[in-house]
Ligand binder design. Sequence first.
Ligand SMILES: N=c1c2ncn([C@@H]3O[C@H](COP(=O)(O)OP(=O)(O)OP(=O)(O)O)[C@@H](O)[C@H]3O)c2ncn1[C@@H]1O[C@H](COP(=O)(O)O)[C@@H](O)[C@H]1O
Length: 127
Amino acid sequence: MRNIKNNNKGTHSVPLLLMGDAWHLTIILYRYLGFMNDPLSELFAVIVDRREHPQESSYTCKLFAGGDNKILKKIGEESAEVVMACKDADPDAIASEVADLFYHTLVAIAHHHVDLQLVYDKLAQRR
Ligand SMILES: N=c1c2ncn([C@@H]3O[C@H](COP(=O)(O)OP(=O)(O)OP(=O)(O)O)[C@@H](O)[C@H]3O)c2ncn1[C@@H]1O[C@H](COP(=O)(O)O)[C@@H](O)[C@H]1O
């Protein structure tokens, strides 16, 4: 079996290196497929695109234009609406208000140039 010299970690066999590549490819593929199935990541990508390419008719762009004052006021309002929907024990209203809150929170983190992946990483660290 042919051995390849690795500067840092001694010697590795070719099959071992190929297995390593396959593993990395699997991780990349998993993340890509995860992104495709993750509505929050998809929405966040659209929001970041609106930040980078402002459009006249976009509600998201109006929020960005209003800055923290506008965005954080909306987060306050939407949080209160989540609380009220929970108090009313109305599942559909709760889901709808949480969706609004998620959206405005994504706008806030995009406004502060925080990547959604960083939030996911924080959650993963807590597992
Ligand atoms: N997911 C959302 C989303 N969720 C909630 N909202 C908006 O958030 C607002 C909720 O606040 P309110 O109920 O208080 O309604 P409002 O009176 O219109 O709001 P204000 O004028 O008080 O700010 C509504 O205008 C909703 O349309 C959203 N607006 C946009 N998106 C998505 O964001 C992406 C970009 O959208 P545009 O920026 O519009 O192109 C698209 O994928 C959209 O589907």
